[in-house]
Design a protein around this ligand. Structure first.
Ligand code: CP
Ligand code: NVA
Length: 302
């Protein structure tokens, strides 16, 4: 049966280890110049309804390095943009391609696509979730800290797709997640309720970033306004003005804490330039690991 990656909850604890072990090997092979053409002749379609730098580059380069090819399909230039329905697109894509990655607005659309496709479907970000990001971020934490087990991750900012995927991960794996979000901008309530029930680790929600950051091993943030929320930009700047990682918040965390951001970042908004470009920031390696982890995901699914 084909397997999809539509959210972190599609995975069991053992799947994470399989992905990360492969990613570690792929990273080492690449660094040492060893070819790894495990997906020779395979094709990945990449449907983008939203902008992307990292996701597009890492999937495209990843497929190339594994011996396959990736096709960039902007919905503006395909018949999807002119109203061809998801079911037809999914059935048709399945006869040409070996897998598909989708970045779009509604999580339901990715799920509907997966129901009609006979090839694996990977969620490359929706308004609700960003599973590839968090799978890769946990790999970075393992690299930097030796393990995610027992670590405290503090997420400061909007209760958005990235926050929701962090919550799903914390419901499966044993690490502590402390979120600080302004009232009215909490993570998805269904994900929060479900994760609290299935809890493997401690998840808490604060209104003060300093409370979440206290003794944290990892400080994490993301933009105040996600793609699709541009009209709320000015309003959000007011609401979120205290929900940022700055030197003061960094001081609350452990001395050896690392700072993470999925990028793109807005210096001076959710994070100060001083912290983003500072010694504790691992954002560039974090972005690099998208490549290695997604190659592992592609190998497993395709
Ligand atoms: N973090 C991330 O997904 O970046 P892009 O939007 O550039 O793909
Ligand atoms: N929350 C951000 C993540 C970008 C990678 C967005 O959805 O725009």
């Amino acid at each position: 049966m084909k397997k999809d990656l539509l959210g972190i909850c599609d995975l069991e604890a053992a799947d994470f280890e399989e992905i990360w072990q492969k990613a570690e090997k792929l990273k080492k092979d690449l660094r040492q110049g060893r070819e790894h053409a495990s997906l020779k002749g395979k094709t990945l379609g990449m449907i983008f309804d939203k902008s992307s730098t990292r996701t597009r580059i890492s999937f495209e380069v990843g497929m190339y390095q594994l011996g396959g090819i990736a096709l960039f399909l902007s919905s503006r230039d395909t018949q999807i943009g002119r109203g061809e329905i998801i079911a037809d697109t999914a059935r048709m894509a399945s006869v040409y391609l070996d897998g598909i990655m989708i970045r779009t607005f509604a999580q339901n659309d990715v799920e509907e696509f997966a129901r009609h496709a006979t090839i694996p479907v990977i969620n490359g970000l929706t308004d609700l979730l960003h599973p590839c990001q968090i799978l890769s971020d946990l790999f970075t934490i393992k690299e930097k800290k030796g393990s995610y087990e027992g670590m405290k991750v503090a997420y400061i900012g909007d209760g958005n797709n990235v926050a929701n995927s962090w919550i799903e991960a914390a419901s499966i794996l044993p690490f502590e997640l402390a979120l600080a979000c302004p009232k009215g901008y909490d993570p998805d309530s269904e994900i929060m309720d479900r994760s609290m029930k299935e809890l493997k680790s401690k998840i808490s929600l604060y209104r003060d970033p300093s409370d979440a950051a206290k003794d944290a091993d990892v400080l994490y943030t993301d933009v105040w306004a996600s793609m699709g929320q541009e009209a709320e930009n000015e309003q959000r700047k007011k609401v979120f003005k205290n929900f940022k990682i700055n030197a003061q918040v960094l001081k609350k965390a452990k001395k050896d804490a690392i700072v993470m951001h999925c990028l793109p970042a807005h210096r001076g908004e959710e994070i100060t330039a001083e912290v983003l470009d500072g010694e504790q920031s691992v954002v560039i390696e974090q972005a690099e690991n998208r490549l290695h982890v997604q190659k592992a995901i592609l190998e497993i699914l395709l």
